[in-house]
Design a protein. Structure first.
Length: 207
């Protein structure tokens, strides 16, 4: 619910990809316990689904990582991942898009994974499996410089929202006493500075 497991998994995956140690404490992590039925109503109005994602992206010589709920469009492969299923979506410069999908919870899938690990250990008794993984810590990219479109709910007026964020798209989900809107793409820092000027009820990032 709070994204802790996903955070550690993306830290391990980023470590394997980069060949350097990634500290999960350096990854901004938000769960989904604050997501409400009203948020889901807005998401459906926009033709999107709210999913908890752990994301990692190469930025220059390092990586940018974050765990948070995101609004996914229907055409995104992760849109239809539900229930006990998990998926890893990969975009590579040569591979393009690829996704690995399967059960991620329940006694039988868990038992299968444990038995698979035990079999792998038995097969490699007294063998060293070489991994290229440097001990020095990888400094991740500044999360405040990550760029997104943001969906926001507020009790402030449309005039005030436009005065603060300038160009926005309003979303009418039939909710009384508040408005929803989508910003243009901006950095996390720019959004944080602007959102401090309005009464923000909720914020969810776009993919």
């Amino acid at each position: 619910m709070e994204g802790y497991d996903a955070c550690r998994k993306i830290a391990i995956l980023t470590s394997l990809i980069s060949g350097s140690q990634v500290d999960y404490n350096d990854i901004p992590t938000e769960g989904i316990s604050h997501i409400t039925a009203t948020d889901i109503k807005y998401a459906k109005k926009m033709g999107r689904a709210i999913k908890l994602l752990a994301r990692s992206k190469k930025v220059g010589e390092t990586y940018s990582a974050r765990v948070a709920p995101y609004l996914l469009p229907q055409e995104h492969p992760l849109y239809s991942v539900n229930d006990v299923f998990n998926a890893i979506f990969v975009h590579g410069n040569m591979l393009g898009d690829g996704m690995f999908y399967g059960s991620g919870a329940g006694k039988l899938p868990t038992a299968s994974a444990v038995v698979g690990d035990l079999v792998a250990m038995a097969r490699h008794i007294d063998k060293n499996i070489h991994l290229t993984w440097k001990e020095e810590k990888l400094e991740l990219a500044n999360p405040s410089q990550q760029s997104f479109k943001f969906f926001v709910r507020t009790t402030d007026s449309k005039d005030k929202v436009e005065n603060v964020f300038h160009k926005v798209d309003f979303v009418d989900a039939g909710v009384d006493g508040e408005i929803g809107f989508v910003t243009c793409e901006m950095t996390q820092k720019k959004f944080d500075d602007a959102s401090a000027e309005i009464n923000t009820l909720q914020m969810i990032r776009f993919v």
